[in-house]
Every structure is written in structure tokens, then in C-alpha cells.
Write a protein that binds this ligand. Sequence first.
Ligand SMILES: [Zn+2]
Ligand SMILES: [Zn+2]
Length: 560
Amino acid sequence: MAKSDKADELVFLPLGGSNEIGMNFNLYGFGPAHDRRWIVVDLGVTFGDQTTPGVEIILPDPEFIEEYADRVLGIVLTHAHEDHIGAVAWLWPRLKAPLYATPFTAFLLREKLREADLLDEVTIHEVPLGGTIELGPFSLELITLTHSIPEPNGLAIRTPLGTVLHTGDWKIDPDPLLGGVTDEGAIRRLGDAGVLAMVCDSTNVFVDGHAGSEAEVRATLIPLIAGLKGGVAVACFASNVARMDSIARAAVAAGRRVCLVGRSMIRMAAAARSVGLMEDLPPFIPDNEAKDFPPDKILYLCTGSQGEPRAALARIADGTHPFVKLGAGDHCIFSSRIIPGNEIPIRNLQNKLADRGVRLVTERDHPGIHVSGHPCRDELAEMYRWARPQISVPTHGERRHLLEHAAFARDLQVPQQVTPRNGDMVRLAPGRAEIVDEVPAGRLYVDAGVVTPENGDALKERRHAAYNGMIAVSVALDGRGRIVSGPQVRALGLPTHEDDPLEDVLDELAEEAEQALSKLKGDAREFDAEIETAISRAIRRASQRIWGRRPVVETTVLRL
Ligand SMILES: [Zn+2]
Ligand SMILES: [Zn+2]
């Protein structure tokens, strides 16, 4: 073994969150290449879209680190957003390391693990805000930041080869309403002592100025809600407890009680109360009791601002919610932004509400009813001034965000910038920071509750059938391969022309199947698989001629 292979190294390895937003899954490794100790920072999910029909949740593939699971010292969760903790219950059984989180995050983790029947197996270490975690060569200090959820933590990760500031998600909110302000002093002290690298949020790198404060949103919402007559619904992210608190206080000021509509609203309110937040507000009204209140005495706080089809607001818009109805003269406020990719479902949702006569209030026509939880350029510059890292490692963004962030750091005189893709292992020390290895960093799909590979057959077939339709052929043969009945052909999802009715097309296909069978000689007719392949191939060829498409073809041979 070469001498350098025995030297200690500090490496950073993003396995999710560094090509796209979501699915944060970061590894830090310390030790010689052949014997590293690892810590995991965050284990999040992202969500499926039109290109992944039937797949709601997408996980990072832990294949690489699974092999070294016995060297993973701990999994540290920075905050409770789904893109940071959503994969814990799915992937913990493959890593089996202890979890570390602050109380609010730990409450939600326990809920997830209980649902997955894992609560008894997993150790969750609850760490106080500003607390420390000792994990082998890694000595971690939690740094209180501000974001759009309670208890967002940055991590100062001290190692014998230097200190990394892993920011997690943050902004600089001078008045976050709940929780402390950004611990500028702690970050400056880190900077004074020397920060080797800063691994930092890139979400809003293209936005000038500041993200704005939750206090400004509250100041906008109070008069807005006070001025509305009739029914009022407000949609926001359930995890933004400060927002929930502001809306509830605006409701109180307008003489309205608050009804929480949607499971995650209720779960988040419980998590908030578990850490002493929102305790002085009047109790929330359960949705099945909302009808006891006149429309101008209640406010519905709803999930579903992103157009999620099963969320509360979608059901209200469809008129299928069992307890909550909105109609002419009522208002719906979207105290949220459009997450890229959700434009179409949100537009559909808003059109349905508008069709019912509901007046919409969105960020576009009423600025100030939402602020982002991520740092804009002035805030990024401020953070770089406080921490003064030697190396900038942009994360939490698409490729264009990461590259812009690196250019921005260069302009701020940060000596080195590295922009790894998921799976790129960055050696932070010793020597110049560089990508030294590339490891597998795929994605897994949760399909009908089953964890499957990204390009699994089930989704491929489903997508193929969705675009091209499907044809089923069945034929009954005797032991020597002579037709007893059929072939029978059925088509699903394929159009037929007026002049060429479906029965005729199906007859034509049956004819093709029969010919394919007749071409098989002797032995071949004894093997069902060979017959099925031959018939399917003939049907696909014929479909190409008829429709210009290659549908999914399923042939079944029955022996009588
Ligand atoms: Zn995030
Ligand atoms: Zn977040």
C-alpha cells in the first residue's frame, strides 16, 4: 500500500441534493481511504411528478454507504423538512446508525418511525439547541439558524484536519417570530478560529437582496384577513409553524376561530405544541365541528398549497371535502410559493376554486403574504463574511444554482470552490480540495409502498402502457400445439377510426397471431414461451403498421 493511502483524509460526499433540490443525503468521512469513519447529515426524499406515474416518493439510493454501514457513527438531522428527514424510516434499516436531532425534529422522527413500526429499534438522541455531538473523530456543534420551520440547525463539524460549517437550510430572518435569531456570534467565532470549508444552501442564489422576514408576513396578513368577509381559507406549508402562528393570530384579531384542515397541519401543530410553541392560542377547531360556526367566524388553515391531489385544499376545490365547503364570496389565500414543477397542478386547483366563485389571493397580486426560507445573495454574502471559509461547497440546488453559487463565492474572494455532483467524493483535506472518487448515487422509487430501483420494470411498463396502450392476446392449444380456441385479442388505450371499427382491427390482429403460430414448426409448438414471444412480436409489428406505435403486448397460451 502506498504511503499516501495510509494518511488521514477528510472527505465530503453528497449522495442527493447536489443535482436537484430535494433528497438531501450528505456524508462526511474521516480516516485513511481503506478505513474511514462516516457520519450522515440528513436523509431526505423528493417527490414524483408526471414522469413517474404512481410514484409519490423518491429516495436517495444508499448503495455505497450500505456496504460500510458498520462504520457509520451517526445520522444527524439538521431540521424536519421532508427533503431532510423524509427517507429516515425507509432507509434506516439499511444503515442502522443512531439518530441525532433537536426536540421538534425528534418529535416528527418518532411519528414517522412509529408509523413504520421501527420506533423500538431505533435510538434517537435528542440534542438541545446549541448542543454538541461527539462521534469518533467528528465533534459537532449545533448552530441556531433561521429558516421556515422550527429549529433549523447549522453544524460546525470539527475534525483533526479542520472545521466544516454545514449550513443546512437557512436565511437571515431578523425576526423569525418563533425560536432564536441566527447565531451570528457562533458563526463569527468559527470564522475567527478558521473554517476549512462551508457546505452551503444554494436555493436562492439567483435572487438579489434578502428573503424577508416572517414578521413582515404577519404584518401583511393581519389587515388582509381582517378586511375579508365570508369564508376564508389559507393554504400554507404545514411545517412553517411561524406562518401557522401568524395566520392563527390574524384570525383571532379578525374574530375568527381556526380550523386545521389536513393531516399534516394537525401533526405539525402537535409537534409545535410538544416544544412549547403556539400554547397561548385558543384551541383549534376540528374540521367536523367547523359547520357549527358562521362563515365569518372561522378560518380554515389548509394543506395542499402545491396542488397535491389528496390534500385538503384539492378536496375543497373538488367539492368532496366532507366538512369544509367554499363558494361564491369566499376567499382563499395562498401564503406559499409555487415550487418549480408544481405549476400545472396549482393552476388546475386555482381554476377549480375560481369556478366555485372563490376569490383567490396569491403572492403575485398581493406581495408580502409569503417569504422564502432560503438565503438570497445579500444573506449569502453576509454568511461568507462571518464564516470566511477556505473552500466553498455549494449544495441544495440544481446544477445551475451550484455553479452560480461557486461563481458568487469566487467573487467574494473565497480561495477555492468545488461543485460536486451527487456521488462525487470531495477531499477537503489535506491538500487542495478536489474530487477524488465517484461512487454510485442513484435514486430509489417508492412504488405502491415498495422500494424499487429507479428504472424498475413496473414503472417502465406502466409508463410504456400509458403512452402506447396495451394489447392482450390469449390462445388455447392442445398438447401438440393445435388451436382449440382463439386467438382472442383485446386492446386497451388504443384509438380506432370510424371507417375501421375496433372489431375489424382486432380480427386483423387475431389473424396475425394465428399466422405467427402457423409459422412455428415442430418442437417450437411445445414451448409456451416460444409461442408467446412469436405472437407478441407479430402483434407489435402489426400495431406499428396500424397505429405507428408499439403498445405493451401480453400473450397468454393456455393448454387444454
Ligand atoms: Zn431543504
Ligand atoms: Zn428546509
